[in-house]
Design a protein around this ligand. Structure first.
Ligand SMILES: [Zn+2]
Length: 330
């Protein structure tokens, strides 16, 4: 079923995927854990050991990367990321600014082998509402998507694009619906369960270093290898652009397996700026512990085990409508 979608709600929920995930099939059980990669924290809090291989079912390589995900995961029509064609965006004057709680909280930083995750210690402490949202959502986790820097040229590592323009990196802040669901895990697989805020990151050697961004680089330095962990105390929204009242919104999916179509996306068109050296500094973590016999979870194109180039290509828009809270960016 495919309908032109203009409502405020994201209708398409991966029910098949959810039921498939919680089946007893070995591979799908593994992938279920794979999906809830940050839940590894929760298990670790309970001192349950999860082996590295639990999240090696997919990666960004040619063999197991985005072009192959559809072999395992049932994709529908509302996938993310997308290219936003700004001329086709519909201005909606009902879209008010988001209400964001900016207080600092304790955040666990963790090397997941394919990304570095910043997970809230208290999964209900920061409430997000307003904007396109019909429910209260709580901050869960943030992470980045970025690329390599080769000969002072950056491989564009963002996921969404605007009129085919891509930035160096993209920040995602993941929130879960606390009105409809008891736990973040329920929300992650359920209707209207997730909202992700996306911030574009522009990098250039002509930009001054972004002092706030050094917090992220310092955290990356503490988690060089899989399972390394670290704690910081920050507001998850400290890297936002100045004009947060301007945003695009559309209904889409997670950009990693199981690619569930229950995500309200809110994307800010104004990028933040970092220096090229700061972008290079993201390319310091590894997908394998040199002291283990494990295989790297993800290899870069030159065979290096450095975690990088972790973005999914844009997906078809199909008949979705992207709405904006603003008429023009001037
Ligand atoms: Zn993401």
């Amino acid at each position: 079923m495919l309908v032109r979608q203009t409502s405020r709600k994201c209708f398409f929920v991966s029910r098949n995927i959810s039921s498939k995930l919680i089946s007893s099939s070995k591979i799908n059980t593994k992938s279920y854990f794979n999906f809830f990669f940050n839940t590894i924290f929760d298990f670790q809090r309970k001192n349950i050991h999860l082996h590295h291989r639990l999240y090696t079912d997919w990666d960004y390589s040619k063999e197991h990367g985005p072009e192959r995900w559809q072999d395992t995961w049932q994709l529908k029509n509302y996938q993310s990321p997308i290219n936003i064609v700004t001329q086709s965006v519909e201005y909606d004057n009902n879209l008010k600014p988001l209400e964001i709680m900016r207080k600092p909280i304790n955040i666990h930083v963790r090397n997941l082998g394919f990304n570095i995750s910043f997970l809230a210690d208290d999964l209900k402490s920061l409430v997000l509402r307003g904007g396109p949202l019909n429910y209260n959502y709580a901050f869960r986790e943030l992470h980045f998507h970025w690329g390599e820097v080769v000969k002072n040229q950056c491989n564009l590592g963002c996921e969404h694009s605007f009129d085919d323009k891509r930035y160096a990196a993209e920040l995602h802040l993941v929130h879960w619906n606390t009105d409809l669901y008891e736990t973040d895990l329920q929300a992650l697989r359920s209707k209207d369960g997730i909202t992700v805020l996306g911030v574009m990151i522009d990098a250039s050697d002509s930009y001054e270093p972004n002092k706030e961004f050094n917090v992220i680089i310092d955290a990356f330095k503490k988690v060089l290898y899989p399972h390394d962990k670290h704690m910081i105390n920050i507001s998850p929204y400290f890297l936002f652009p100045s004009r947060v009242e301007n945003y695009y919104t559309y209904c889409g999916s997670l950009t990693i397996p199981p690619l569930s179509e229950n995500v309200t996306w809110v994307l800010f068109p104004d990028p933040i700026q970092i220096s090229l050296d700061q972008l290079k500094s993201l390319n310091i973590t590894y997908s394998v512990d040199p002291n283990s016999n494990s295989k790297p979870i993800h290899l870069t194109s030159d065979g290096s085990p450095i975690i990088t180039n972790n973005s999914r290509p844009v997906q078809p828009l199909n008949n979705r409508v992207v709405r904006s809270s603003f008429k023009s960016l001037i």
